[in-house]
Design a protein around this ligand. Structure first.
Ligand code: MF3
Ligand code: CO
Length: 252
């Protein structure tokens, strides 16, 4: 396994890729409302990516047929957009998006409420987001990767939630998926030593109930095995000499 260290020039390009993806997410967030289809979200997101002069990196990745993964309620990740899938009040929707800018990838995901949702489901969304930030506290040079993983998992599990084990985060750069794999739970061994210049996509996938998942017959859509809600939160981050930078969240 080899984990790439990005040069200053590469970090510059990845920062721009990240900033553009944040813009795409912010735009998509604006249109989330009862009545729109998951296909509408995909088309809107793809248009935004292309308008920025970038290329959607999910489209045709291993045959994935869209630019944005749109996952509703018990769908954890990789939901396939469809004109027939309409968002309703009370749903939650996870948008996972990525783009390529001058050869460099960014990747980020957010989960949103559609209209009013119950406090219990809002807590799942909030805890999933916060679990990312709990992990981020350990994204420091000289630490080991699985410190991030363990912190994410421990936080989510303290609420009784199930932490998805079959899908993990990843390194990112000139490819969408680079080494290392980044589990969201206490993994075997310490994991790699974190060093400045590493760029990582950290992406907790957290279920209200069991951690177990199933894959639908479409070959993509990952759903919770018990039909309970699931949330997803992801950013592309940079390990620095000091605190990490979140490339896909400029407000941080
Ligand atoms: N954020 C997801 C990931 O990191 C997106 C990949 S989905 C695919 O793997 F459509 F591109 F396959
Ligand atoms: Co990812």
């Amino acid at each position: 396994m080899s984990v790439s260290i990005k040069s200053a020039k590469e970090i510059d390009l990845m920062s721009t890729a990240g900033k553009y993806l944040e813009e795409v997410h912010d735009a998509m967030a604006e249109i989330i409302a009862p009545g729109i289809s998951t296909w509408d979200i995909d088309k809107y997101g793809e248009e935004k990516i292309r308008a920025l002069g970038c290329v959607p990196n999910f489209l045709n990745y291993s045959g994935y047929p869209a630019s944005i993964c749109v996952s509703v309620n018990d769908e954890v990740i990789h939901g396939i957009p469809s004109k027939k899938k309409i968002l309703h009040e009370g749903d939650i929707v996870s948008l996972d998006a990525g783009l390529i800018y001058k050869g460099y990838h960014s990747d980020a995901a957010r989960t949103y409420a559609v209209g009013e949702i119950s406090p219990e489901v809002q807590q799942l969304i909030d805890v999933t987001r916060q679990s990312f930030f709990e992990g981020l506290k350990y994204a420091l040079p000289g630490n080991h990767l699985h410190q991030i993983s363990a912190a994410i998992g421990a936080y989510a599990e303290s609420f009784g939630y199930g932490v998805v084990r079959d899908f993990v985060g990843h390194g990112i750069g000139t490819h969408l998926h680079e080494d290392p794999e980044i589990p969201n739970f206490a993994a075997v061994g310490r994991g790699i030593l974190l060093r400045p210049g590493m760029t990582l996509a950290v992406e907790p996938m957290i279920n209200m109930g069991t951690w177990e998942i199933e894959i639908l017959d479409d070959g993509w859509t990952v759903v919770t095995a018990d039909g309970e809600y699931a949330a997803h939160y992801e950013n592309t981050i940079l390990i620095t000499d000091g605190d990490p930078k979140i490339l896909t969240l400029s407000s941080y």
